[in-house]
Ligand binder design. Structure first.
Ligand code: SF4
Ligand code: SF4
Length: 295
């Protein structure tokens, strides 16, 4: 597998507004998510715990799913969601606020939803290669290549974003995929108290989850036991509390970008200097790890 990622960030940015015909959708497949986030990278339980440990619980977001035909379901707000027994199943990913970015080989920065850890200036990942770098990101698009499924890199190529997938031989050392029965309690979790989730479906669909909503799911993920539906209640409560109290540069940047953003795909008419100043102020100077640039 060999990729050319410079000036791309196709797997970190929602670029549907730039090239709707070429971009894919997380809504394909047997279990469409309730939200409309593009390319959410699911985290393992231990990765969720590590983000929490680093005070970054406010960078995390849950995803619930519509049920596939033969799935068990649970009802939240009168809506049936995919479940294991009567517990809604969910994954945890990284939040994607609107940022002024010019991905997939474009020149003009636009307001597009982008991973909170994507440096809008260099289009590099701020946690690349570090302890928090998610396995889903470090192995992408290995599983797609193994399954002969379309990759984001090829979609970017189709959108005119340059040659990206230079060698499509999948790596030999891929970890287990994020979905499937082996993933229960590791990347796919089951929420133990569905009666506590009033209003959550509507808030997921309208992208208005509260810090308390997000913390509930983060707590349940960290409290999960691999291969099992049960949760450790003490670990769950501690993680929930910690997630609710998180106040990191990432959470503050998400709020600040969201307040400033224009419509999805609109030009970010800030001027080069003020855009750079804003990125420095909201991210780098606020504590975000730097990126080396491509030179
Ligand atoms: S963690 Fe890094 S590689 Fe993964 S989606 Fe976010 S910016 Fe992209
Ligand atoms: S879509 Fe492919 S080429 Fe583009 S940044 Fe992601 S992995 Fe790299």
């Amino acid at each position: 597998m060999e990729l050319r990622c410079e000036d791309c960030a196709g797997c970190c940015v929602d670029w549907r507004a730039l090239a709707p015909d070429a971009a894919g959708s997380d809504r394909a497949g047997d279990r469409p998510p309730l939200d409309d986030v593009y390319g959410l990278a699911p985290l393992t339980r231990d990765e969720v715990a590590a983000f929490l440990e680093d005070g970054l619980g406010d960078a995390l977001v849950p995803r619930l799913f519509e049920p596939a035909e033969r799935d068990a379901t649970a009802s939240i707000d009168g809506v049936e969601v995919a479940a294991a027994d009567d517990r809604p199943v969910f994954v945890i990913g990284l939040r994607k606020p609107p940022k002024p970015v010019a991905p997939i080989g474009t020149d003009e920065p636009r307001w597009l939803d982008a991973c909170v850890f994507l440096d809008p200036t260099t289009l590099q990942c701020r946690i690349h290669g570090g302890d928090l770098y998610p396995r889903t990101c470090s192995t992408y698009p290995g599983h797609n290549l193994e399954l002969d499924a379309e990759t984001e890199c090829e979609r970017v190529e189709d959108a005119g974003g340059g040659d990206r997938l230079l060698d499509d031989e999948p790596p030999t050392d891929l970890p287990a995929p994020a979905f499937g029965p082996q993933a229960l309690g590791t990347t796919v979790f089951a929420y133990p108290d569905p009666d506590d989730l009033d209003g959550v479906v509507d808030r997921i669909r309208t992208d208005s989850l509260t810090a308390d909503d997000r913390a509930r799911f983060v707590g349940a993920a960290v409290g999960s036991r691999p291969g099992s539906l049960s949760v450790d209640r003490d670990r769950m409560a501690g993680a929930r509390e910690r997630a609710r109290e998180a106040d990191s540069w990432a959470g503050r940047a998400i709020r600040a970008w969201t307040e400033r953003a224009a419509g999805d795909g609109d030009p970010a008419s800030l001027g080069v200097d003020s855009r750079n100043r804003l990125i420095r102020e909201l991210e780098d100077d606020a504590g975000a790890p730097g990126t080396p640039g491509w030179d």
